[in-house]
Design a protein around this ligand. Structure first.
Ligand code: AHM
Ligand code: MG
Length: 349
């Protein structure tokens, strides 16, 4: 007789789902909904998907094949590059070039935009941070890839100025998180946010979190409090209201990993707020508009949350002045971000 454990059925009687939705199937079904679709966007997404799988593979194997540590170079914004930063960047560039659908690419790791002149007809532009949070890599902390896809104007020349677009122009965005498992969060303009999990055996991203919705509020804040002596007054006041609630309620919990994809993923699932404000020392903010703040803002808005910059403008409407331009950001549950906005308004913002 078969043995049973707990409430599970006898071995061999697990309920097997034979009708799983892979990312490939999801994209095909989405394309079918758009009558005039040419399939270019779907092909581009397949190339993105391959880049994510490839980067996930090397991150999993990093300690085994000596990929830890520095590469001995610095990136566009002067940060030391890790060996994996360089590999992730090369994988991403090659996948985007190979798709034949990308005219121009901006990567955190490249000072200049990369124009794929061999594909003059390609109509998409991509911005990416191939391995965000890489300063945490050697400690085994979750890192990820952040990406945004723009449809270029018909008269675009394939130069970096074509990419100085606000997030409202994004046609798709999202991020992966390479952690205990590899997660992909993906959204398209005016659509929902969907979460996929990489099944290493199948080699496929499986739809595991359809239509992700941020809770309207949740008592978690996520910010690098080591910067608080540089914060502007409204930011100090806001964080204090969370730590010392006036109504005698419970204070908020602090959670800060220091890897935006991991902090964002938790915030998306549980709710709360993630902030990296501009401050007196980092006047423009730390995080980059094109490939960090904009794509994340689209995800958070499409999941029912809000995202604003340090001037309390809607993050998605902020147009970068240069491809590596930075911004302060507050993003998270709708009501939590609204508190930030209200306190700033009181201070005349
Ligand atoms: P990176 O793109 O060089 O990895 O930097 C971005 C990271 C984010 O993932 C994270 O939110 C932030 O920097 C952490 O900064 P800090 O260490 O100043 O708190
Ligand atoms: Mg980054």
């Amino acid at each position: 007789m078969a043995t049973t454990s707990g409430n599970a059925g006898p071995v061999g009687q697990e309920k097997i789902n034979t009708d799983i939705v892979t990312l490939t199937r999801f994209l095909t079904e989405e394309q079918a909904k758009v009558k005039e679709a040419t399939g270019d966007f779907t092909l581009l997404c397949h190339a993105l998907q391959f880049a994510f799988k490839n980067i996930a593979y090397y991150i999993r194997r990093a300690s085994l094949i000596n990929l830890g540590g520095l590469a001995g170079s610095a990136n566009s914004t002067g940060d030391d590059q890790k060996k994996l930063d360089v590999i992730g960047n090369d994988i991403f560039i090659s996948a985007m070039r190979g798709s034949g659908k990308v005219r121009i690419l901006v990567s955190e790791e490249e000072e200049e935009a990369i124009a794929f002149d061999e594909h003059p007809e390609a109509r998409y532009a991509v911005a990416c941070d191939p391995i965000d949070g890489s300063s945490n890599l050697d400690a085994g902390v979750s890192v990820g890839t952040i990406f945004g896809v723009f449809r270029l104007a018909d008269d675009a020349k394939g130069v970096k100025e074509d990419m100085l677009l606000p997030g409202t122009e994004l046609v798709a965005s999202g991020f992966t998180m390479y952690g205990a498992s590899s997660q992909l969060v993906f959204t398209m303009k005016g659509a929902g946010v969907h979460g996929f999990t990489l099944d290493g055996n199948l080699g496929e991203f499986i739809l595991t979190h359809p239509d992700m919705q941020l809770p309207k509020k949740h008592p978690i804040y996520s910010v690098n409090e080591g910067n608080s002596m540089y914060w502007e007054e409204p930011v100090k006041e806001y964080i204090n209201t969370l730590k010392y609630p006036e109504d005698g309620g419970k204070p908020y919990a602090a959670r800060y990993i220091g890897s935006m994809v991991a902090d964002a993923y938790r915030t998306l699932l549980y709710g709360g707020i993630f902030a990296y404000p501009a401050d007196k020392k980092t006047v423009k903010g730390k995080l980059r508009i094109l490939y960090e703040c904009g794509p994340m803002a689209m995800v958070f808005e499409n999941a029912g949350g809000q995202a604003v910059n340090s001037k309390m403008s809607r993050m998605l409407e902020v147009r970068p002045e240069s491809i590596h331009d930075r911004s302060g950001i507050f993003m998270g549950s709708y009501d939590e971000v609204q508190k930030v906005i209200d306190i700033h308004k009181k201070h005349g913002y």
